[in-house]
Design a protein around this ligand. Sequence first.
Ligand code: NAD
Length: 322
Amino acid sequence: MRALVTGAAGFIGSHLCEHLLSRGDEVMGIDAMTDFYEPARKRRNLAPLVGRDRFTFRRGDLLDLRLEPLFAAADTVYHLAGQPGVRGSWGAEFAVYLERNVLVTQRVLEAARETRLGRLVYASSSSVYGNAEAYPTSETLSPRPVSPYGVTKLAAEQLCETYRTVFDVPALSLRLFSVYGPRQRPDMAFSRLVSAACADRPFPLYGDGGQSRDFTYVGDVVTAMRSAASSSWTGVANIGGGCEVTMRQAIALLGQLAAPVNVVPGPARPGDARRTAADITVARNAFGYLPVTDLRTGLAAMVRAERAARRVRSAESLAGRR
Ligand code: NAD
């Protein structure tokens, strides 16, 4: 398959490119390298991909690029580019969320319609549910986002559904639940937690630690994305990790895997749901989704990656001092 991945230099996008290449696909990655977090991290995410056979990268903003010629050369577009993070989406920053999540997705859908694209996979989010009516939450329940970010992800997902029903754009939206793994974004809880444990630094905890998430390993997510693209199914499906864990339990587990963490409790942040848990029946029936990575295995992979990165950084700073 010829795949185009938007947001290719990001956390999930870079894993998806690797996965698609490993399955023999031809991949073009697009990314604007936004400064939501250090662009140097994104360059590191891309480094193992650049120069590989069947991979090309185009730096550019989806709001400006002419998308039609790029889409015409692809069988599937995986649309992951966007502005993530619930806590920063209040106030003046909302304009950025609107642009990068809603306006960009509308441009992507117009190009998909124009070029009669084969498949469009959209990275939606569990944030559309907010504090859900029931758990585990199924796609039939009304979304009730509790953050402006969640509102923009829902708006983009609804656009996908609108173009699908009105213009037959073969779009599918995957509601991803708290994705974690090596290279996770630095603003996310596990990334901050693993780096605090490995550096023996305090970990600021937002809330009482009783908030829970259905954590989903990034390897399971990218496998789901390709399986969904390879099926003939369209619509909206949850992608969860299959087990709900509180932050307190995750911190205790990390203490066993790395080192006990010095937790500094603080207030909960507006925009964070109390609980998430996915009913994954739709994804299982539609394209055989089955998460296979448990939290212990996934967190251990993050700890190994963090330790390796720290060794490289300290070797580089030693070499710099010589
Ligand atoms: P990320 O920030 O690491 O990756 C997003 C990438 O998109 C960035 O590299 C950024 O430079 C790029 N980008 C943003 N706007 C762009 C534009 N206009 N043109 C081109 N590139 C642009 O984030 P991530 O955690 O990898 O998330 C990827 C997608 O998955 C996002 O859409 C996010 O909303 C969604 N998602 C993530 C999670 C999660 O737990 N990480 C959960 C649910 C949904």
